[in-house]
Design a protein around this ligand. Structure first.
Ligand code: LLP
Length: 455
């Protein structure tokens, strides 16, 4: 595999754990050589709970949600994207912090409802929501459904008409903006399965989006509240967001003339990037908020449009940096002239992002965190694939069997994309805050692995 080829240019540095800056959760510190997060000793936690283990710094999650609230202002709304990381404890944290929630399946909706989330604050996504999922969402009374296609408009209208209710919706639009990120997580271009195109193609010369607006306005049981666009994920260049706003404002202007419709809500999706590596310099939440609010105000002002309520749906930038994964080193293979494989007790089942997107991660030894990370190793998993790598060419203190490795930035799209490949049990999740560790999701057991088997 190309991405496993040895790169002799990569050399270890002598930086210590704390020099990882923005990669670390805000409460990370080193005390008597051990990594502490949320005031909790990660080495002791690994000993108590076993590894692999997901750990989340609750203070960091709260800080990110508050930063979004402040950056957007009271008139606008942050809607956390549950696909990044979701369980009942996370839902309760969102309730405490006043965030809305974006769910993208009946399953995510069920988790939210099981944890007591206000359905009126839920935004339901999906490019092929089943009839059952739509019915569940409408019955629960979700605040908004983001309609993705013509079939769905008809389905929503049929379900609400039968029930004698009305459902507020947004229409997902493809703004034709190509965000500067990995192709697998780009969604805003015309050639995408998500949403209605603005020009040509499906729907004729006026574009599918304009036709969808007309349909939504005409169909019974539907209240068209506004528009939605999500251009991709792990985006560093804020210009893509500005471009999206400009395109949508033009569309809003055209809609006012063609159908007299003005959106109450404009939802710009998620996508803000985070620092996975020490050298990464993502934009801040404050920069994003100020760009979105000022650009929207100026575009609407120019066109004489009323200012819609702005929503954003961040996932990664709320939880990624808060999370780390603890592993134990089991095997070390030094291949002369090639590389040093350090095998840990997890891998692609708890973190598929390296295999899927060539993602890069920083790591440290939690039990020797004050020492310089002066060796380059490849953190490999325990699964039956060569591509089962968590961190390629990672700087680490020279590892020994039994050391506890902490991999940073794993709070988003790790637990939520985990699998049982090789019948691996999924790790537990611990929330740490103010010196307390709280197990919020237990590790799976072998009994869980056969629980669905029917004899
Ligand atoms: N809203 C919508 C409609 C989305 O599809 C997504 C992510 C978000 C919000 C949240 O985006 P974020 O703020 O997290 O960038 N598994 C990939 C990421 C896939 C993102 C899918 N949609 C990864 O691990 O990089």
């Amino acid at each position: 595999m190309a991405h496993l080829a040895h790169d002799p240019a990569i050399r270890a540095d002598r930086r210590t754990t704390l020099e990882l800056g923005a990669v670390l959760p805000q409460t990370a510190e080193v005390r008597h050589g051990h990594l502490y997060v949320g005031g909790v000793d990660m080495v002791e936690l690994a000993r108590e709970q076993g590894t692999a283990l997901y750990v989340m710094d609750v203070a960091q999650i709260r800080q990110q949600l508050r930063a979004y609230r402040e950056a957007l202002g009271a008139a606008n709304q942050v809607v956390y994207a549950g696909k990044a990381f979701l369980n009942k404890a996370m839902v309760k944290l969102l309730i405490a912090e006043g965030s809305w929630l974006d769910v993208s399946s009946g399953g995510e909706l069920a988790i939210a409802l099981a944890a007591g989330f206000d359905p009126g604050h839920i935004v339901m996504h999906g490019n092929n929501k089943t009839e059952a999922e739509l019915t569940e969402a409408i019955q629960a009374g979700v605040g908004l459904i983001v309609a993705d296609c013509f079939e769905e408009l008809d389905r929503i209208s049929r379900i609400t008409t039968e029930r004698g209710s009305t459902q507020s919706i947004l229409l997902r639009v493809k703004p034709g903006v190509v965000a500067d990120t990995h192709a697998f997580i780009r969604t805003g271009a015309e050639d995408s399965k998500f949403g209605f195109g603005l020009s040509g193609g499906e729907g004729g010369s006026g574009g599918a989006a304009r036709m969808a607006v007309e349909n939504a306005l005409a169909l019974p049981g539907i209240h068209l509240a506004g528009l939605h666009a999500h251009i991709g994920s792990q985006i560093f260049a804020l210009a893509s967001f500005a471009e999206t706003i400009a395109v949508l404002a033009d569309f809003m202007g055209a809609l006012r003339t063609s159908s007299g419709f003005t959106p109450e809500i404009l939802d710009l999706g998620g996508g803000l990037g985070i620092a996975y590596q020490a050298a990464d310099e993502p934009a801040t939440i404050r920069d994003l908020g100020s760009l979105l609010t000022t650009h929207l105000a100026s575009c609407c002002g120019e066109l004489g449009l009323p200012l819609p309520r702005l929503m954003v749906e961040p996932g990664r930038s709320v939880v990624a940096t808060a999370g780390l994964t603890l592993y134990t080193v089991g095997v070390i293979k030094k291949l002369k002239g090639l590389r040093c494989y350090v095998a840990i007790d997890g891998g692609m089942t708890d973190n598929i992002r390296t295999a899927l997107y060539d993602a890069r991660y920083e790591a440290t030894l939690a039990n020797r965190a004050a020492a310089p990370r002066d060796t380059v190793v490849t953190l490999a998993g325990k699964h039956c694939e060569s591509g089962d790598v968590v961190a390629l060419d990672a700087s680490l203190q020279s590892p020994e069997i039994g050391d506890i490795v902490a991999v940073f930035g794993t709070g988003a799209y790790n637990a939520s994309m985990s699998s049982n490949y090789n019948a691996q049990v999924r790790p537990g999740v611990v929330f740490v805050e103010d010196g307390e560790a709280r197990l919020v999701q237990r590790r799976e057991t072998y009994a869980d692995l056969t629980a669905r088997d029917v004899e």
